[in-house]
Design a binder for this molecule. Structure first.
Ligand SMILES: [Zn+2]
Length: 274
Protein backbone atom coordinates (compact mmCIF):
# COMPACT_ATOMS: atom_id res chain seq x y z
CA UNK A 1 0.00 0.00 0.00
CA UNK A 2 1.65 3.27 -1.07
CA UNK A 3 1.84 5.70 1.83
CA UNK A 4 4.08 8.19 0.07
CA UNK A 5 4.14 9.65 -3.41
CA UNK A 6 7.76 8.50 -3.63
CA UNK A 7 6.44 4.94 -3.84
CA UNK A 8 4.08 5.66 -6.73
CA UNK A 9 5.15 4.73 -10.25
CA UNK A 10 6.13 7.89 -12.16
CA UNK A 11 4.39 6.67 -15.31
CA UNK A 12 1.12 6.55 -13.36
CA UNK A 13 1.64 10.07 -12.00
CA UNK A 14 2.29 11.27 -15.55
CA UNK A 15 -0.84 9.55 -16.83
CA UNK A 16 -2.87 11.08 -14.00
CA UNK A 17 -1.64 14.58 -14.87
CA UNK A 18 -2.34 13.99 -18.56
CA UNK A 19 -5.86 12.90 -17.60
CA UNK A 20 -6.37 16.17 -15.70
CA UNK A 21 -5.21 18.16 -18.71
CA UNK A 22 -7.32 16.17 -21.19
CA UNK A 23 -10.60 16.59 -19.29
CA UNK A 24 -9.96 20.34 -19.20
CA UNK A 25 -9.05 20.45 -22.90
CA UNK A 26 -12.34 18.67 -23.67
CA UNK A 27 -14.31 21.01 -21.35
CA UNK A 28 -15.36 18.26 -18.94
CA UNK A 29 -13.95 20.44 -16.14
CA UNK A 30 -13.10 24.13 -15.80
CA UNK A 31 -11.69 25.56 -12.59
CA UNK A 32 -13.85 23.01 -10.75
CA UNK A 33 -14.23 19.27 -11.07
CA UNK A 34 -11.63 16.59 -10.52
CA UNK A 35 -10.10 13.25 -11.48
CA UNK A 36 -8.82 10.60 -9.06
CA UNK A 37 -7.15 7.20 -9.45
CA UNK A 38 -7.14 4.27 -7.06
CA UNK A 39 -3.67 3.05 -6.06
CA UNK A 40 -4.74 0.13 -3.86
CA UNK A 41 -7.76 -1.21 -2.00
CA UNK A 42 -7.37 1.53 0.58
CA UNK A 43 -5.54 4.44 -1.09
CA UNK A 44 -6.37 6.82 -3.93
CA UNK A 45 -4.63 9.83 -5.44
CA UNK A 46 -6.00 13.15 -6.56
CA UNK A 47 -4.70 16.67 -7.01
CA UNK A 48 -4.83 19.36 -4.37
CA UNK A 49 -7.44 22.15 -4.44
CA UNK A 50 -6.61 23.60 -7.85
CA UNK A 51 -7.81 23.72 -11.45
CA UNK A 52 -7.02 20.40 -13.16
CA UNK A 53 -5.51 22.22 -16.14
CA UNK A 54 -2.74 23.58 -13.91
CA UNK A 55 -1.71 20.31 -12.22
CA UNK A 56 1.96 19.82 -13.08
CA UNK A 57 4.13 18.69 -10.15
CA UNK A 58 4.36 16.05 -7.41
CA UNK A 59 3.57 18.84 -4.94
CA UNK A 60 0.16 19.13 -6.60
CA UNK A 61 -0.75 15.51 -5.78
CA UNK A 62 -2.12 14.06 -2.54
CA UNK A 63 -2.75 10.50 -1.31
CA UNK A 64 -6.07 9.87 0.42
CA UNK A 65 -7.62 7.11 2.50
CA UNK A 66 -10.54 5.30 0.85
CA UNK A 67 -11.95 4.66 4.31
CA UNK A 68 -12.05 8.24 5.55
CA UNK A 69 -11.45 10.49 2.55
CA UNK A 70 -8.71 12.19 4.56
CA UNK A 71 -5.11 12.78 3.47
CA UNK A 72 -2.47 10.18 4.35
CA UNK A 73 0.35 12.73 4.24
CA UNK A 74 1.63 15.01 6.95
CA UNK A 75 1.19 18.68 6.08
CA UNK A 76 -0.76 17.86 2.95
CA UNK A 77 -1.94 20.86 0.91
CA UNK A 78 -5.61 21.77 1.00
CA UNK A 79 -7.78 19.22 -0.81
CA UNK A 80 -11.14 19.41 -2.52
CA UNK A 81 -14.12 19.51 -0.16
CA UNK A 82 -15.81 17.06 -2.53
CA UNK A 83 -13.11 14.37 -2.31
CA UNK A 84 -15.70 12.21 -0.49
CA UNK A 85 -17.36 11.60 -3.86
CA UNK A 86 -14.22 9.68 -4.79
CA UNK A 87 -13.54 7.94 -1.48
CA UNK A 88 -17.07 6.61 -1.13
CA UNK A 89 -17.29 5.40 -4.74
CA UNK A 90 -14.02 3.49 -4.25
CA UNK A 91 -15.33 2.09 -0.97
CA UNK A 92 -18.63 0.92 -2.46
CA UNK A 93 -17.16 -0.51 -5.68
CA UNK A 94 -13.79 -2.24 -5.19
CA UNK A 95 -13.18 -2.69 -8.93
CA UNK A 96 -13.58 0.99 -9.79
CA UNK A 97 -10.07 2.36 -10.43
CA UNK A 98 -10.73 5.93 -11.56
CA UNK A 99 -13.41 8.56 -10.88
CA UNK A 100 -14.25 11.94 -12.42
CA UNK A 101 -16.58 14.58 -11.00
CA UNK A 102 -17.71 17.20 -13.51
CA UNK A 103 -19.91 20.29 -13.53
CA UNK A 104 -20.41 20.12 -17.32
CA UNK A 105 -23.14 22.53 -18.34
CA UNK A 106 -24.05 20.22 -21.21
CA UNK A 107 -25.05 17.54 -18.70
CA UNK A 108 -26.57 19.53 -15.80
CA UNK A 109 -29.91 20.27 -17.56
CA UNK A 110 -30.69 16.54 -17.57
CA UNK A 111 -30.36 16.50 -13.76
CA UNK A 112 -33.30 18.93 -13.52
CA UNK A 113 -35.92 17.13 -15.60
CA UNK A 114 -37.10 13.84 -14.05
CA UNK A 115 -39.26 13.15 -17.10
CA UNK A 116 -36.33 13.51 -19.51
CA UNK A 117 -33.43 11.31 -18.40
CA UNK A 118 -30.03 11.45 -20.04
CA UNK A 119 -29.77 8.28 -22.15
CA UNK A 120 -27.64 6.78 -24.88
CA UNK A 121 -28.07 8.63 -28.18
CA UNK A 122 -24.71 7.98 -29.86
CA UNK A 123 -22.97 4.65 -30.27
CA UNK A 124 -19.84 5.79 -28.44
CA UNK A 125 -21.90 6.48 -25.31
CA UNK A 126 -23.93 3.28 -25.16
CA UNK A 127 -22.60 2.76 -21.61
CA UNK A 128 -25.12 5.40 -20.49
CA UNK A 129 -27.96 2.90 -21.04
CA UNK A 130 -31.58 4.01 -21.30
CA UNK A 131 -31.80 6.18 -18.16
CA UNK A 132 -28.87 7.63 -16.21
CA UNK A 133 -29.81 7.82 -12.51
CA UNK A 134 -30.09 11.23 -10.86
CA UNK A 135 -28.99 11.75 -7.27
CA UNK A 136 -30.76 14.56 -5.46
CA UNK A 137 -28.80 15.94 -2.49
CA UNK A 138 -31.95 17.35 -0.90
CA UNK A 139 -34.14 14.27 -1.26
CA UNK A 140 -31.33 11.85 -0.39
CA UNK A 141 -29.52 13.69 2.40
CA UNK A 142 -30.64 17.17 3.39
CA UNK A 143 -34.21 16.21 4.24
CA UNK A 144 -32.81 14.02 7.04
CA UNK A 145 -30.33 16.73 8.04
CA UNK A 146 -32.46 19.89 8.00
CA UNK A 147 -29.87 22.05 9.78
CA UNK A 148 -27.06 21.32 7.33
CA UNK A 149 -26.10 24.06 4.88
CA UNK A 150 -27.59 23.17 1.49
CA UNK A 151 -24.52 24.01 -0.57
CA UNK A 152 -25.16 20.92 -2.76
CA UNK A 153 -21.48 20.03 -2.19
CA UNK A 154 -20.71 16.40 -1.34
CA UNK A 155 -18.46 17.37 1.55
CA UNK A 156 -18.73 14.45 3.99
CA UNK A 157 -18.64 10.66 3.88
CA UNK A 158 -22.39 10.20 4.44
CA UNK A 159 -23.24 12.32 1.41
CA UNK A 160 -20.56 10.56 -0.62
CA UNK A 161 -21.99 7.15 0.36
CA UNK A 162 -25.48 8.28 -0.63
CA UNK A 163 -24.25 9.45 -4.03
CA UNK A 164 -22.25 6.24 -4.54
CA UNK A 165 -25.36 4.20 -3.78
CA UNK A 166 -27.19 6.00 -6.59
CA UNK A 167 -24.86 4.32 -9.11
CA UNK A 168 -26.49 1.03 -8.13
CA UNK A 169 -24.71 -2.14 -7.07
CA UNK A 170 -23.76 -4.18 -10.13
CA UNK A 171 -21.66 -7.32 -10.56
CA UNK A 172 -18.00 -7.99 -9.78
CA UNK A 173 -17.46 -5.00 -7.53
CA UNK A 174 -18.66 -2.54 -10.17
CA UNK A 175 -21.62 -0.15 -10.15
CA UNK A 176 -24.64 -1.00 -12.28
CA UNK A 177 -24.34 2.46 -13.88
CA UNK A 178 -21.04 4.07 -14.91
CA UNK A 179 -22.49 7.54 -14.47
CA UNK A 180 -24.88 9.25 -12.07
CA UNK A 181 -26.09 12.83 -12.39
CA UNK A 182 -26.22 15.17 -9.41
CA UNK A 183 -29.24 17.49 -9.41
CA UNK A 184 -28.31 21.08 -10.16
CA UNK A 185 -24.63 20.27 -9.86
CA UNK A 186 -23.00 17.84 -12.31
CA UNK A 187 -22.15 14.17 -12.55
CA UNK A 188 -19.88 11.44 -11.29
CA UNK A 189 -18.29 9.01 -13.75
CA UNK A 190 -16.46 5.75 -13.00
CA UNK A 191 -14.03 3.54 -14.90
CA UNK A 192 -11.52 0.74 -14.57
CA UNK A 193 -8.61 2.96 -15.67
CA UNK A 194 -7.73 6.62 -16.19
CA UNK A 195 -8.14 6.22 -19.95
CA UNK A 196 -11.58 4.66 -19.53
CA UNK A 197 -12.99 7.20 -17.09
CA UNK A 198 -11.68 10.08 -19.23
CA UNK A 199 -13.32 8.56 -22.31
CA UNK A 200 -16.62 8.01 -20.52
CA UNK A 201 -16.64 11.53 -19.07
CA UNK A 202 -15.98 13.10 -22.49
CA UNK A 203 -18.57 10.96 -24.29
CA UNK A 204 -21.17 11.58 -21.58
CA UNK A 205 -20.97 15.32 -22.31
CA UNK A 206 -21.00 14.70 -26.08
CA UNK A 207 -24.08 12.50 -25.73
CA UNK A 208 -25.81 15.21 -23.71
CA UNK A 209 -25.16 17.74 -26.48
CA UNK A 210 -26.56 15.40 -29.13
CA UNK A 211 -29.61 14.58 -27.01
CA UNK A 212 -30.29 18.26 -26.36
CA UNK A 213 -29.95 19.03 -30.08
CA UNK A 214 -32.25 16.18 -31.09
CA UNK A 215 -34.92 17.14 -28.59
CA UNK A 216 -34.63 20.78 -29.67
CA UNK A 217 -34.86 19.78 -33.34
CA UNK A 218 -37.99 17.80 -32.58
CA UNK A 219 -39.53 20.79 -30.83
CA UNK A 220 -38.56 23.10 -33.69
CA UNK A 221 -40.14 20.80 -36.26
CA UNK A 222 -43.15 19.87 -34.16
CA UNK A 223 -45.97 18.70 -36.38
CA UNK A 224 -43.58 17.54 -39.07
CA UNK A 225 -41.70 14.97 -37.04
CA UNK A 226 -43.53 11.84 -38.22
CA UNK A 227 -41.46 9.44 -40.26
CA UNK A 228 -42.63 7.34 -43.20
CA UNK A 229 -43.29 4.34 -40.97
CA UNK A 230 -45.54 6.41 -38.72
CA UNK A 231 -43.13 6.72 -35.80
CA UNK A 232 -42.38 10.07 -34.26
CA UNK A 233 -40.14 11.52 -31.61
CA UNK A 234 -36.46 11.05 -30.82
CA UNK A 235 -35.39 7.51 -31.70
CA UNK A 236 -33.30 6.74 -28.63
CA UNK A 237 -31.30 3.52 -28.30
CA UNK A 238 -33.22 0.66 -26.74
CA UNK A 239 -31.75 -1.58 -24.05
CA UNK A 240 -30.09 -3.97 -26.48
CA UNK A 241 -28.61 -1.21 -28.65
CA UNK A 242 -27.28 0.62 -25.60
CA UNK A 243 -25.85 -2.59 -24.14
CA UNK A 244 -24.13 -3.72 -27.34
CA UNK A 245 -22.72 -0.29 -28.22
CA UNK A 246 -21.61 0.17 -24.62
CA UNK A 247 -19.48 -2.97 -24.79
CA UNK A 248 -17.95 -1.79 -28.08
CA UNK A 249 -16.96 1.51 -26.47
CA UNK A 250 -15.26 -0.26 -23.63
CA UNK A 251 -13.26 -2.42 -26.04
CA UNK A 252 -12.16 0.64 -28.02
CA UNK A 253 -11.47 3.11 -25.22
CA UNK A 254 -7.70 2.96 -25.70
CA UNK A 255 -7.90 4.28 -29.25
CA UNK A 256 -8.46 8.02 -28.65
CA UNK A 257 -5.97 8.29 -25.77
CA UNK A 258 -2.82 8.91 -27.91
CA UNK A 259 -4.67 11.67 -29.81
CA UNK A 260 -5.83 13.29 -26.58
CA UNK A 261 -2.30 13.12 -25.16
CA UNK A 262 -0.90 14.74 -28.31
CA UNK A 263 -3.47 17.55 -28.09
CA UNK A 264 -2.50 18.57 -24.57
CA UNK A 265 1.22 17.89 -24.99
CA UNK A 266 1.29 20.44 -27.82
CA UNK A 267 -0.47 23.14 -25.78
CA UNK A 268 1.73 25.37 -23.56
CA UNK A 269 -1.08 25.78 -21.01
CA UNK A 270 -0.50 22.20 -19.87
CA UNK A 271 2.82 21.40 -18.16
CA UNK A 272 4.26 18.27 -16.58
CA UNK A 273 7.24 18.85 -14.26
CA UNK A 274 7.74 15.58 -12.41
ZN1 LIG B 1 -18.98 19.56 -7.57
Amino acid sequence: MPSSLANVNEALLRKYILGCHIIHHHKVVDAYGHLSVRLSESVFLMCRYMAPALVARREDLVLYSVDTGESLQDNAPRGFSERYIHSEVYKAYPNVYAVIHSHSLDVVPFSLLPSTPLRACIHIAGFLGTAVPVWDATASYYHEHPDVDRSMLVNNTDMGASLAEALGQGEDGLPANSVALMRGHGYVCTGDSIEMVVAKAIYTAQNARVQMTAVGLLAATSGQASTSDGTAGVQFFDDREAGDTGRTTIQGAAKPWPLWVAEVTGDPLYRIEL
